[in-house]
Design a protein around this ligand. Structure first.
Ligand SMILES: NC(=O)c1ccc[n+]([C@@H]2O[C@H](COP(=O)([O-])OP(=O)(O)OC[C@H]3O[C@@H](n4cnc5c(N)ncnc54)[C@H](O)[C@@H]3O)[C@@H](O)[C@H]2O)c1
Ligand SMILES: [Zn+2]
Length: 366
């Protein structure tokens, strides 16, 4: 695996690209990085209120950040058109013009919501992502997807609007609640599984240091996951649809979230999804059974679930899966591993699975 300290990770796309700074202490340079990447724009910070409260005095003050800030109540319920509209109106009321820039501070909710404000404000203004959860650092802040939820489902309204830069400071993770932190680790396991066997092995070996949140281990983890996500999203335009491998574990995960009315947090649903989909890959003859055994062992070591508690019936999970918006028609498709570190490509980047095989795979987590 790579992931050794170096300059920022570069994400490229058709319109250009942007750097992802993964540095312990990077938030202390926020003022300077904002000046570098948002030029002399008038900057508004849109922040998760709880995160802003944590950092207002200490880090942000020290970072030379004394700009205007608008906060929103923490949590997924803020990711709505109503909150988008309130934030946008507040920017308009304060007279922000086409020459403004936005800084999104917080977890994935801040990134998606403030990113969507940036995507639509005056037909689009540049913004910085400053992710403060593990999930946001190694997943949500990279890739340029922004948006809000609706009563019909999550992330149904949005825009592709890549940030000008991402500033990931792993030292912010020290205050993250344990369950949020472990949930983020499930996405890192996914990155190892889909693209890098050495990284997967490193997570297996370093699970103790990771759970203790040792700064050097966290920086390495975030950097390698960002490199993998950056490589996949950068390559997608050339390799038509490879981005689908980032959906590994997520067909089942989304069904678990939906069927449990979102009582199971995303990261835990991803852990279960990776396990069930590894079982599915083995059943379809795409991967050896050893893959599922290693996924199960590393998830347990990281304190992530390998059984759905309380269980849901496969009959409840299957319909929740069929309505996944990433599925064409009602055939359920999965991004499946062929080995630790490699994905099956028999039918392109996703595989259609028959219902009996899906039921059997679900039984492994129920
Ligand atoms: N755009 C994408 O590509 C993409 C990818 C994956 C997920 N997402 C989205 O990300 C969202 C989930 O992100 P999340 O898990 O970061 O949730 P979140 O933003 O709600 O943050 C989780 C909780 O942690 C708190 N918090 C954040 N940083 C903290 C810190 N440093 N210390 C203490 N508390 C802190 C927040 O106040 C919140 O209560 C979902 O809406 C999901 O759809 C987007
Ligand atoms: Zn995810």
């Amino acid at each position: 695996m790579s992931g050794a300290a170096a300059g920022p990770v570069r994400v490229t796309h058709a319109l250009g690209g942007y750097p992802v700074y993964v540095e312990t202490g990077a938030l202390a340079r926020l003022g300077a990085l904002a000046a570098e990447h948002l030029d002399d724009r008038r900057i508004a910070m849109i922040a998760d209120a709880a995160v802003y409260r944590l950092y207002r005095e200490g880090r942000l003050g020290a970072a030379g950040w004394d700009g205007e800030t608008i906060t929103f109540p923490p949590g997924e319920p803020s990711k709505t058109r109503e909150e988008w509209s309130r934030l946008t109106d507040e920017l308009l009321r304060r007279g922000f013009g086409r020459d403004s820039g936005i800084i999104a501070l917080g977890g994935g909710v801040a990134g998606d919501l403030a990113g969507f404000v940036a995507a639509t404000y005056m037909r689009g203004v540049p913004y910085l992502q400053t992710p403060t959860t593990l999930l946001a650092m190694l997943d949500a802040s990279v890739g340029g997807k922004t948006g809000v939820d609706t009563p019909e489902g999550k992330n149904l309204i949005g825009a592709f609007h890549p940030p000008a830069a991402v500033i990931a400071d792993p030292s912010t993770l020290a205050t993250l609640p344990e369950r949020e932190f472990r949930g983020g680790l499930a996405e890192a396991v996914k990155h190892g599984l889909i693209a890098d066997a050495d990284y997967f092995g490193w997570i297996e070996r370093e699970s103790e240091r990771l759970l203790r949140r040792e700064p050097a281990a966290l920086e390495r983890l975030v950097r390698r996951s960002v490199e993998i996500k950056a490589e996949v999203v950068s390559a997608d335009e050339r390799e038509g649809g490879r981005r689908a491998i980032l959906n590994a574990g997520h067909t089942v995960a989304h069904a678990v979230e939906r069927a449990s009315s979102y009582r199971v947090p995303h990261g835990e649903a991803v852990a279960l999804g990776l396990l069930a989909e590894s079982a599915l890959a083995a059943d379809l003859g795409l991967a050896p059974a050893e893959v599922g055994a290693r996924v199960s062992a590393v998830l347990s070591r990281l304190g992530l679930p390998v059984r759905l508690v309380p269980p849901l019936a496969a009959d409840a999970l299957l319909p929740a899966m069929a309505s996944d918006k990433k599925n064409r028609a009602q055939i359920i498709r999965f991004a499946l591993p062929s080995a630790v570190g490699a994905m099956a490509t028999r039918e392109g980047w996703t595989v259609a699975a028959p219902e009996p095989a899906i039921r059997k795979a679900l039984a492994s987590i129920l």
